[in-house]
Ligand binder design. Structure first.
Ligand code: MN
Length: 244
Protein backbone atom coordinates (compact mmCIF):
# COMPACT_ATOMS: atom_id res chain seq x y z
CA UNK A 1 0.00 0.00 0.00
CA UNK A 2 1.79 3.15 1.21
CA UNK A 3 4.75 3.69 3.56
CA UNK A 4 5.59 7.37 3.81
CA UNK A 5 8.68 7.07 6.02
CA UNK A 6 10.94 4.05 6.02
CA UNK A 7 14.70 3.51 6.00
CA UNK A 8 14.80 0.72 3.40
CA UNK A 9 18.55 1.18 2.91
CA UNK A 10 19.20 0.27 6.56
CA UNK A 11 17.50 -3.16 6.59
CA UNK A 12 19.93 -6.11 6.60
CA UNK A 13 19.08 -6.97 3.00
CA UNK A 14 18.02 -3.73 1.28
CA UNK A 15 17.78 -5.05 -2.26
CA UNK A 16 15.56 -7.95 -1.28
CA UNK A 17 13.27 -5.73 0.79
CA UNK A 18 13.18 -3.08 -1.96
CA UNK A 19 12.06 -5.74 -4.48
CA UNK A 20 9.22 -6.79 -2.16
CA UNK A 21 8.24 -3.21 -1.38
CA UNK A 22 8.24 -2.20 -5.02
CA UNK A 23 5.94 -5.12 -5.85
CA UNK A 24 3.57 -4.77 -2.88
CA UNK A 25 3.36 -1.02 -2.20
CA UNK A 26 1.93 1.56 -4.58
CA UNK A 27 4.20 4.20 -3.00
CA UNK A 28 7.10 4.07 -0.58
CA UNK A 29 9.15 7.02 0.61
CA UNK A 30 12.59 5.73 1.55
CA UNK A 31 14.11 8.51 3.63
CA UNK A 32 17.87 8.74 4.05
CA UNK A 33 20.04 10.02 6.90
CA UNK A 34 22.77 11.78 4.90
CA UNK A 35 23.30 13.13 1.38
CA UNK A 36 25.95 10.49 0.73
CA UNK A 37 23.47 7.77 1.69
CA UNK A 38 20.95 9.42 -0.65
CA UNK A 39 23.46 9.40 -3.49
CA UNK A 40 24.15 5.67 -3.17
CA UNK A 41 20.59 4.61 -2.38
CA UNK A 42 18.92 6.65 -5.11
CA UNK A 43 21.28 5.15 -7.70
CA UNK A 44 20.54 1.59 -6.60
CA UNK A 45 16.77 2.13 -6.18
CA UNK A 46 16.32 4.07 -9.42
CA UNK A 47 14.96 0.96 -11.10
CA UNK A 48 12.03 0.70 -8.66
CA UNK A 49 9.22 2.88 -9.94
CA UNK A 50 7.16 2.72 -6.72
CA UNK A 51 10.00 3.75 -4.42
CA UNK A 52 11.07 7.37 -3.99
CA UNK A 53 14.32 8.09 -2.18
CA UNK A 54 14.21 11.25 -0.06
CA UNK A 55 17.30 13.41 0.37
CA UNK A 56 18.02 13.71 4.08
CA UNK A 57 20.35 14.84 6.82
CA UNK A 58 19.08 13.31 10.06
CA UNK A 59 19.10 15.69 13.05
CA UNK A 60 20.77 13.15 15.33
CA UNK A 61 23.82 13.02 13.05
CA UNK A 62 23.64 16.59 11.70
CA UNK A 63 26.55 17.68 13.89
CA UNK A 64 28.94 14.89 12.85
CA UNK A 65 27.89 15.22 9.19
CA UNK A 66 27.97 18.99 9.09
CA UNK A 67 30.63 18.69 6.37
CA UNK A 68 27.92 17.16 4.13
CA UNK A 69 25.60 20.17 4.42
CA UNK A 70 26.95 21.77 1.28
CA UNK A 71 26.28 18.56 -0.69
CA UNK A 72 22.83 18.41 0.86
CA UNK A 73 21.98 21.90 -0.38
CA UNK A 74 23.43 21.21 -3.83
CA UNK A 75 21.54 17.91 -4.34
CA UNK A 76 18.24 19.57 -3.38
CA UNK A 77 17.98 20.75 -6.99
CA UNK A 78 17.56 17.12 -8.06
CA UNK A 79 14.74 16.08 -5.73
CA UNK A 80 11.11 16.73 -4.91
CA UNK A 81 11.15 14.69 -1.66
CA UNK A 82 13.33 15.68 1.25
CA UNK A 83 13.85 13.63 4.43
CA UNK A 84 14.74 12.75 6.97
CA UNK A 85 15.41 16.27 8.22
CA UNK A 86 14.38 18.13 11.36
CA UNK A 87 15.44 18.60 14.96
CA UNK A 88 15.69 16.38 18.06
CA UNK A 89 15.55 17.96 21.51
CA UNK A 90 15.92 14.85 23.66
CA UNK A 91 18.41 15.36 26.53
CA UNK A 92 21.10 13.25 24.80
CA UNK A 93 20.84 15.42 21.67
CA UNK A 94 20.55 18.81 23.31
CA UNK A 95 24.29 19.52 23.06
CA UNK A 96 23.97 19.68 19.27
CA UNK A 97 20.65 21.55 19.18
CA UNK A 98 22.17 24.81 17.93
CA UNK A 99 23.92 23.00 15.06
CA UNK A 100 20.76 21.02 14.29
CA UNK A 101 18.80 24.25 14.16
CA UNK A 102 21.29 25.90 11.80
CA UNK A 103 21.32 22.83 9.52
CA UNK A 104 17.53 22.47 9.45
CA UNK A 105 17.06 26.20 8.86
CA UNK A 106 19.45 26.27 5.90
CA UNK A 107 17.77 23.23 4.33
CA UNK A 108 14.29 24.72 4.74
CA UNK A 109 15.46 28.07 3.35
CA UNK A 110 16.93 26.35 0.31
CA UNK A 111 13.67 24.39 -0.19
CA UNK A 112 11.82 27.72 -0.18
CA UNK A 113 14.27 29.18 -2.70
CA UNK A 114 13.52 26.23 -4.98
CA UNK A 115 9.73 26.76 -4.81
CA UNK A 116 9.11 24.05 -2.23
CA UNK A 117 9.59 20.34 -1.59
CA UNK A 118 7.70 17.58 0.20
CA UNK A 119 9.55 17.23 3.49
CA UNK A 120 9.47 14.30 5.94
CA UNK A 121 10.33 15.95 9.23
CA UNK A 122 11.54 14.70 12.63
CA UNK A 123 10.43 17.01 15.47
CA UNK A 124 10.86 15.00 18.70
CA UNK A 125 11.31 17.34 21.63
CA UNK A 126 11.71 20.30 19.28
CA UNK A 127 8.27 20.88 17.79
CA UNK A 128 8.18 24.56 18.62
CA UNK A 129 11.53 25.26 16.93
CA UNK A 130 10.59 23.17 13.89
CA UNK A 131 7.24 24.95 13.47
CA UNK A 132 8.82 28.37 13.93
CA UNK A 133 11.38 27.68 11.20
CA UNK A 134 8.67 26.40 8.86
CA UNK A 135 6.50 29.44 9.60
CA UNK A 136 9.37 31.76 8.72
CA UNK A 137 9.78 30.02 5.36
CA UNK A 138 6.24 29.65 4.01
CA UNK A 139 7.41 28.72 0.51
CA UNK A 140 9.38 25.66 1.68
CA UNK A 141 6.65 23.25 0.54
CA UNK A 142 4.64 20.62 2.36
CA UNK A 143 5.87 19.53 5.80
CA UNK A 144 4.94 15.96 6.77
CA UNK A 145 5.62 15.58 10.48
CA UNK A 146 6.75 12.02 11.04
CA UNK A 147 6.03 10.26 14.39
CA UNK A 148 4.62 13.46 15.90
CA UNK A 149 4.99 13.41 19.71
CA UNK A 150 4.41 17.01 20.78
CA UNK A 151 1.68 18.47 22.95
CA UNK A 152 -1.91 19.03 21.87
CA UNK A 153 -1.25 22.76 21.58
CA UNK A 154 1.73 22.05 19.32
CA UNK A 155 -0.44 19.70 17.27
CA UNK A 156 -3.03 22.45 16.85
CA UNK A 157 -0.31 24.86 15.76
CA UNK A 158 1.08 22.34 13.26
CA UNK A 159 -2.41 21.73 11.97
CA UNK A 160 -3.02 25.47 11.54
CA UNK A 161 0.24 25.70 9.58
CA UNK A 162 -1.03 23.06 7.14
CA UNK A 163 1.28 20.25 8.22
CA UNK A 164 0.62 16.65 7.24
CA UNK A 165 1.37 13.76 9.62
CA UNK A 166 2.74 10.26 9.09
CA UNK A 167 1.57 7.77 11.70
CA UNK A 168 3.12 4.43 12.67
CA UNK A 169 1.86 1.39 14.62
CA UNK A 170 3.84 2.31 17.75
CA UNK A 171 1.89 5.56 18.04
CA UNK A 172 -1.33 3.53 17.92
CA UNK A 173 -0.09 1.52 20.88
CA UNK A 174 0.63 4.49 23.13
CA UNK A 175 -1.98 6.46 25.08
CA UNK A 176 -0.34 9.72 24.14
CA UNK A 177 -0.12 8.73 20.47
CA UNK A 178 -3.80 7.82 20.41
CA UNK A 179 -4.88 11.11 22.01
CA UNK A 180 -2.86 13.06 19.43
CA UNK A 181 -4.13 11.00 16.50
CA UNK A 182 -7.70 11.69 17.65
CA UNK A 183 -7.12 15.36 16.81
CA UNK A 184 -5.19 14.99 13.57
CA UNK A 185 -6.85 16.26 10.38
CA UNK A 186 -8.52 13.28 8.66
CA UNK A 187 -7.35 14.35 5.21
CA UNK A 188 -3.69 14.94 6.09
CA UNK A 189 -2.53 11.64 7.62
CA UNK A 190 -0.40 9.00 5.90
CA UNK A 191 0.92 5.64 7.19
CA UNK A 192 4.59 5.06 7.97
CA UNK A 193 6.68 2.27 9.47
CA UNK A 194 9.94 4.09 10.34
CA UNK A 195 11.52 0.63 10.08
CA UNK A 196 13.99 -0.75 10.83
CA UNK A 197 14.48 1.85 13.63
CA UNK A 198 10.94 1.41 14.92
CA UNK A 199 10.54 -2.00 16.58
CA UNK A 200 7.61 -3.89 17.97
CA UNK A 201 8.52 -6.51 20.60
CA UNK A 202 12.14 -6.32 19.46
CA UNK A 203 11.38 -6.91 15.79
CA UNK A 204 11.88 -4.07 13.27
CA UNK A 205 8.63 -2.92 11.67
CA UNK A 206 8.36 -3.92 8.03
CA UNK A 207 7.34 -1.37 5.36
CA UNK A 208 3.87 -2.91 5.06
CA UNK A 209 1.89 -1.29 7.84
CA UNK A 210 -0.78 0.73 6.00
CA UNK A 211 -3.61 -1.73 6.76
CA UNK A 212 -2.59 -1.95 10.40
CA UNK A 213 -2.44 1.84 10.68
CA UNK A 214 -5.82 2.17 8.93
CA UNK A 215 -7.31 -0.36 11.36
CA UNK A 216 -5.94 1.58 14.32
CA UNK A 217 -7.21 4.89 12.95
CA UNK A 218 -10.62 3.37 12.32
CA UNK A 219 -11.01 2.67 16.03
CA UNK A 220 -9.87 6.15 17.05
CA UNK A 221 -11.77 8.08 14.38
CA UNK A 222 -14.77 5.71 14.33
CA UNK A 223 -14.65 5.33 10.58
CA UNK A 224 -14.50 2.17 8.46
CA UNK A 225 -10.90 1.18 7.74
CA UNK A 226 -11.53 0.84 3.99
CA UNK A 227 -12.62 4.50 3.94
CA UNK A 228 -9.37 5.39 5.70
CA UNK A 229 -7.30 3.34 3.23
CA UNK A 230 -9.01 5.18 0.36
CA UNK A 231 -8.28 8.41 2.20
CA UNK A 232 -4.56 7.57 2.28
CA UNK A 233 -4.62 7.31 -1.52
CA UNK A 234 -6.40 10.65 -1.88
CA UNK A 235 -3.98 12.30 0.51
CA UNK A 236 -1.01 10.88 -1.37
CA UNK A 237 -2.52 12.04 -4.69
CA UNK A 238 -2.91 15.56 -3.35
CA UNK A 239 0.80 15.59 -2.54
CA UNK A 240 2.12 13.91 -5.66
CA UNK A 241 0.21 16.15 -8.09
CA UNK A 242 1.70 19.25 -6.52
CA UNK A 243 4.08 20.93 -8.89
CA UNK A 244 6.82 22.79 -7.14
MN1 MN B 1 13.10 7.81 10.63
Amino acid sequence: MIDFHTHLDLYPNPIHIAECVNARNMFTLCVTTSPRAWLGTSRVFKRYENIIVGLGLHPEIAAVKINELEQMLAYLLEVKYVGEIGMDGLPQNRATLAIQKAVFTSIVKECAKQNGKIMSIHSRGAVNDVLTILRSNPGAGIPVLHWFSGTKDELRMANDQGCYFSVNPLMLNSTRGVSLIAEMPRDRVLPESDGPFARWRGIPLQPFVAEEVAFGLSRIWRMPSNVILDGFKHTLNKLTVLRF
